[in-house]
Design a protein around this ligand. Structure first.
Ligand code: ADP
Length: 675
């Protein structure tokens, strides 16, 4: 099968140039934090990661933010360019990217007040002593010598990166970083020549652009901005257009990269990594505005542009010159190449779940991806894939994400694979989770896994519950047990209390509409299950109470998504009861205890209790087979191993299928991922 390329897509895939640098197509990978650095230096992991994306056909890669000065380092795992050691390390990335035909621009940045210096024992710098969020340290209001230091650092970093072989620069004046902290009246309260009127607030950005130009006069320099800060008294699109217009007159800007948001504990930050609760391309109007207002200045667009088709549409509609796909390239580094080669039907689509990428960034872990567990360990997985083909039949039990992924990777390794699923459909619990409004995009995971499993020719049995005796009779050498988990279903204290539904039943109940009374969601898990059901019942008009024993709301949801979730909760009047425990129930009543104060409170008029508690591994088959004195080699994957999320299920399925009969063990991959 070959997928046709229409005129819009052909235009998006046609060559162009940026500031005089040839770029083979109009798709780029925008800078995104990986946490792959060590001692703030690029590592072989960066090289393998970017090489894979360049090999995948993209035109331009922009590095993650390269911090120009140690006051911006924040953590040792963030990328910096502080001294000569960084030159060969960045050169390795540039060489790898160039060898695969893509261009490389370095994004250079100072994070200002957003640099959390706890790890590096540095003090955050800013225009004014205003912390970015509750709990953040108050930054040092920069003095004149500090400003000189930053300007010099931008120039020095540009000079080193130029010697490392990058093709151009992107000065980051968006996302609430230092330059934006000076540009914005919301964060700049200075009364010297760097504060007050716009010309003063722009002074630092002017000086930085000049310093970069002087350090690397032969390389193009683009500018990244936030079109809207969404902060009271902050910058709005009209003001940012004005700023870029002025800068453009004074400096030969190669392009403007139009992003949005500020680092701030509000909805603003959640827009930076707009998750699946946002519609497609929610901020394309910003890029369009800049393109119209600043003719002749190339515009780069970004954020939740989920596919090449969408990218092509923006270009065809004259809203952008180049289009950035960050998360789609994390999920599938080869999406451009597959399209060019007529294999678009093989592309794996980003879910915008934020679970493997930004969630792990927030936890100071290297990024991964729910769809693509090879992220961050590209070299190790490639080594594994390069071993001689495996042989023999493999049975995979369970057709959820873990089982489907295991079946695929075992097939790729050379096995004859059979997968058996007890239910009528493949997809496991994700298929159910994807029925909750706002979570539909999860369905892409199982739809595409099923597509690939069937295309691979794996033998698929549905409506087939595998028993231990069947496994033994089948004489399989290797069996992957991906039998998943059962949702929690507790018996609550008290008598005559409201109906208690488990997660699966609760999703089915959504179809019946408003349950006609309050809904209490017991969220002991702290993930999306409880939060998304609370939102869904509230959207049906029910009075919803989310009850959690934890001190923080939804602790397993990344802040970047949670800041949007809390706004939706507020709009829907979802009540939250944190650090509360159910101690009694009665007709239409749930009684909560505050374990600190010892006080009780009643929720009344309750029609339904949703138990979003901890699931139980469905490991009956595993226990039966494990008890046998002899039998097949057993490989547990996913929730059957321990109930967690699809992120772990996909990873464990891929790993299990890859190493079934291998001489090699998975140690290198496990070690790579734990670094
Ligand atoms: P995971 O996320 O780990 O893949 P899921 O719970 O989503 O787990 O999926 C597990 C799947 O395994 C479910 O679709 C379930 O019907 C199936 N399953 C459980 N036990 C058996 C069995 N004995 N035989 C076949 N399929 C099974």
């Amino acid at each position: 099968m070959t997928d046709a390329i229409g005129p819009a897509l052909a235009a998006a895939l046609s060559p162009t140039e940026l500031g005089g640098v040839p770029v083979r197509n109009r798709i780029f990978v925008p800078g995104h934090t990986t946490n792959f650095a060590q001692d703030n230096l690029p590592t072989p992991r960066h090289v393998a990661y970017h090489r894979e994306r360049a090999r995948g056909g993209v035109g331009l890669i922009i590095t993650e933010a390269v911090r120009v000065h140690p006051t911006s380092a924040g953590r040792h795992i963030s990328l910096g360019c502080f001294d000569e050691r960084s030159v060969p390390a960045f050169a390795a990335i540039a060489d790898a990217v160039h060898a695969e035909g893509a261009a490389l621009f370095a994004q250079i940045m100072h994070a200002g007040r957003q640099a959390n210096g706890d790890a590096t024992r540095t003090v955050a710098w800013s225009a004014s002593p205003l912390p970015w969020n509750t709990g953040a340290h108050t930054p040092h209001a920069m003095g004149r010598k500090d400003l000189d230091t930053v300007v010099t650092a931008f120039g020095a970093a540009a000079a080193r990166l130029r010697r490392a072989g990058v093709d151009g620069f992107e000065v980051h004046a968006g996302h609430g970083h230092l330059l934006q902290q000076f540009l914005s009246p919301a964060t700049n309260q200075r009364s010297d020549s760097y504060g007050g009127p716009l010309a003063n607030r722009m002074r630092l950005t002017h000086r930085v652009l000049e310093a970069v130009r002087t350090a690397a006069p032969d390389l193009p320099v683009g500018l990244r901005v936030s079109a809207d800060e969404w902060l009271d008294g902050g910058l709005d699109p009209a003001q940012v257009v004005e700023i870029v217009g002025i800068l453009r007159e004074a400096h030969p800007l190669a392009y403007v990269h139009v992003s949005h948001s500020a680092y701030h504990g509000s909805w603003s930050l959640s827009t930076q990594m707009a998750d699946m609760s946002f519609p497609h391309a929610p901020f394309r109007h910003h890029a369009a505005l800049f393109r119209k207002a600043l003719p002749g200045l190339p515009v780069l667009a970004v954020c939740r542009l989920d596919s090449l088709a969408e990218a092509a549409e923006l270009i065809a509609d004259g809203e952008a010159d180049l289009v950035g796909l960050a998360r789609p390239h994390i999920a599938d580094p080869h999406l451009v190449r597959k399209t060019i080669e007529g294999r678009a039907h093989e592309i794996r689509t980003c879910l915008a779940c934020n679970q493997g990428c930004i969630s792990r960034v927030e936890q100071s872990l290297p990024i991964s991806c729910l769809i693509n567990p090879e992220v961050g360990a590209e070299r190790e997985w490639l080594e594994l894939a390069a071993r001689p083909p495996a042989r023999g039949g493999v049975l995979v039990v369970g057709g959820g994400p873990a089982g489907l992924e295991a079946a695929l990777s075992a097939h790729r390794a050379g096995h004859e694979v059979t997968i058996a699923e007890a239910g009528p459909d493949l997809g496991g619990q994700i298929r159910i989770a994807a029925r909750v409004p706002g979570r539909e995009r999860l369905g892409l995971l199982v739809a595409e896994l099923e597509r690939d499993v069937r295309a691979a020719g794996v033998t698929v049995h549905t409506d087939h519950r595998v028993t231990a005796s069947e496994v033994v009779a089948g004489d399989w050498a290797d069996v992957v047990l991906a039998t998943g988990s059962r949702p929690a279903r507790r018996t609550l204290p008290g008598t005559g209390g409201p109906r208690v539904a488990d997660l699966h039943e609760s999703v089915a109940l959504l179809d019946a509409g408003n349950p006609g009374g309050a809904v209490v969601v017991l969220d002991d898990d702290g993930g999306w299950a409880g939060a998304s059901l609370a939102e869904a019942f509230a959207a049906l008009g029910a009075e919803v109470h989310l009850v959690s024993p934890a001190a923080a709301l939804s602790p397993r949801i990344t802040t970047y998504s949670k800041l949007a979730l809390t706004r939706r909760f507020a709009d829907l009047h979802v009540r939250t009861h944190l650090m509360r425990k159910v101690v009694d129930t009665g007709p239409g009543r749930v009684t909560l205890l505050d374990p600190l104060g010892g006080t009780r409170s009643d929720l009344t008029g309750v029609a339904l209790v949703v138990d979003a508690g901890i699931g139980l591994a469905e490991d009956t088959l595993y226990r039966a087979l494990d008890d046998l004195p002899e039998g097949p080699r057993l490989h547990l994957a996913g929730d059957a191993h321990s109930p967690r999320s699809a992120l772990e299920a996909v990873y464990e399925g891929r790993l299990a299928g890859s190493v079934l009969t291998s001489e090699k063990d998975p140690e290198p991959i496990l070690l790579a991922l734990s670094r």
